[in-house]
Design a protein around this ligand. Structure first.
Ligand SMILES: [Zn+2]
Length: 490
């Protein structure tokens, strides 16, 4: 199924080239030969990018490029274009294998950086959507074509992250207008998504016509002197000739030779080439103009959204070196940051951030981390705006957890005192066990005392808390003060 699909697309692709670029029949034979070469080689699956431009895209592009020559519509937009982007994280049917939220936010920072010159600023269309679908997770083309419309967000660029599959690092499907990116191909400073968004906005590869190791007919081999730059390759006259359809590190290890016999190396800096991610850093001016034109025709740009870089929130709780917290529900609390759209918070054992144990995005100023075991953890949080999740994290804070016996949520026995359960429930008994007499004070996070009670040595002490939230519990006896927190849930 996949192969026949590819073949069909190649056919359409070249027929459109025929339609748009040729009124001269003498080239027809050459094109057909080129077509045979190209389709044969495309059947070998590509590792980097599997995008094939649609007929509509090619027609649109060629029309735009002819306008470039007639000096029409050449005004580069001065103002920033705000583009809603919907991220979808796919997992297996069992809900396994999600891409990290942190990586998704990093991808948004990276594409906004890469598109700065173009004037495009992408922003979160809404919360990241999770899809448990093994077909999507492995990039099954038939499933994507048949059902992806059910998952798309209207009026936004839709980007799906998938976990496995070896057909591509990234792909844009023009017919269903979605981008799929393999998780492992979108690490920090990767350009996979940038490249695929270039396709989304109508750009071909710089080596257009050479995809899959094929060689186009002679007419389409771009010359270094620019004499056929509108007809050959990507049709842009400010991108250099490029014949390389395998991934390559820069500079190219060997020389290419153009039809005039001139040796050269292709330009590795263009995102639409197949040079390594580290080599790439720009779209050419004509490519930028073409994407702006495509964006205008799509009508998806929206009014400006907040793209400020926000200062990190102040982490409140757990405070530094809190110990023996119940790992099943560690409440993380921070201060509100004005202008924040949401907060991204994460926790990791020993602060090894590359191995996260917990992460979430929330509009609230607290989150419950479900952790495990008796470990030292660190946590940190950052405030984000829709178009800018790129600010600094708060200073990491450490705490430790203590696994408790099953059936008992939390038992503390320090300074001769323990209580349970924790988290407690509103208006339900919290049992306090003490070896000594003393005084118990319960206060809220602002320091206001909400409850004070005498504690007798023994097992019979019970209190109840009448509202939900986090409270400071202090037990004071002749030996000193024992402080802990109790979470009270609805
Ligand atoms: Zn591509």
């Amino acid at each position: 199924m996949y192969k026949s699909h590819v073949y069909l697309k190649v056919h359409l692709n070249l027929s459109s080239k025929l339609y748009v670029m040729f009124d001269n029949m003498k080239h027809l034979k050459l094109i057909i030969i080129g077509l045979l070469f190209l389709s044969k080689s495309l059947l070998a699956q590509e590792k980097h990018c599997a995008t094939e431009m649609s007929t509509t895209q090619i027609v649109k592009l060629r029309n735009f490029q002819s306008e470039l020559d007639q000096n029409k519509n050449l005004l580069k937009k001065a103002e920033i274009q705000y583009i809603p982007l919907q991220f979808h994280i796919t997992g297996t049917d069992q809900g396994v294998g999600y891409f990290k939220i942190e990586s998704v936010l990093q991808a948004l920072c990276d594409i906004n950086n890469d598109f700065t010159q173009t004037g495009f600023r992408f922003y979160l269309n809404g919360p990241i959507k999770y899809i448990d679908n093994s077909d999507f997770y492995r990039g099954d083309i038939e499933a994507i074509y048949n059902t992806v419309e059910d998952y798309k967000s209207a009026g936004a660029v839709n980007v799906f992250f998938q976990g496995t599959g070896n057909q591509w690092c990234g792909v844009y499907f023009p017919d269903v207008d979605v981008v799929f990116v393999l998780n492992r191909c979108q690490g920090t400073n990767a350009t996979t998504l940038t490249h695929e968004l270039g396709h989304f906005f109508g750009l071909p590869h710089t080596f257009y016509g050479w995809e899959g190791g094929g060689r186009p007919s002679e007419f389409y081999v771009e010359k270094l002197d620019g004499s056929n730059c509108r007809d050959a390759g990507d049709g842009f006259c400010d991108t250099k000739a490029d014949y390389v359809s395998d991934r390559w590190s820069c500079p190219l290890a060997y020389n290419l030779q153009d039809p005039n016999g001139i040796f050269f190396k292709p330009d590795s800096s263009i995102y639409m080439s197949y040079s390594s991610d580290v080599c790439q850093g720009r779209f050419s001016l004509e490519q930028q103009l073409a994407m702006q034109s495509d964006l205008n025709s799509r009508n998806i740009a929206k009014s400006p959204v907040n793209s400020d870089t926000l200062n990190p929130p102040k982490a409140i709780y757990p405070s530094e070196l809190d110990s023996n917290l119940n790992p099943k529900a560690v409440q993380l609390v921070w201060e509100k940051v004005p202008g924040a759209y949401a907060y991204y918070v994460q926790a990791a054992r020993f602060g090894a951030w590359e191995f996260l144990n917990f992460e979430t995005i929330t509009e609230d100023t607290q989150a419950i981390a479900k952790l495990y075991g008796t470990w030292s953890y660190s946590w940190r949080v950052k405030a984000i705006t829709k178009a800018n999740p790129c600010g600094q994290y708060s200073e990491p804070k450490s705490f430790s957890t203590k696994e408790v016996l099953s059936g008992i949520q939390d038992i503390r026995f320090e300074n001769g005192f323990k209580f349970y359960p924790n988290p407690a429930q509103i208006n339900r008994d919290i049992q306090l066990i003490s070896k000594t007499d003393g005084i118990l004070k319960v206060s809220d996070l602002s320091g206001k005392t909400i409850l004070e009670s005498d504690i007798k040595a023994g097992l019979e002490n019970v209190i109840q808390i009448r509202k939900s939230g986090i409270f400071i519990l202090q037990f004071i006896n002749e030996n000193g003060t024992y402080t802990s927190r109790v979470v009270c849930e609805e």
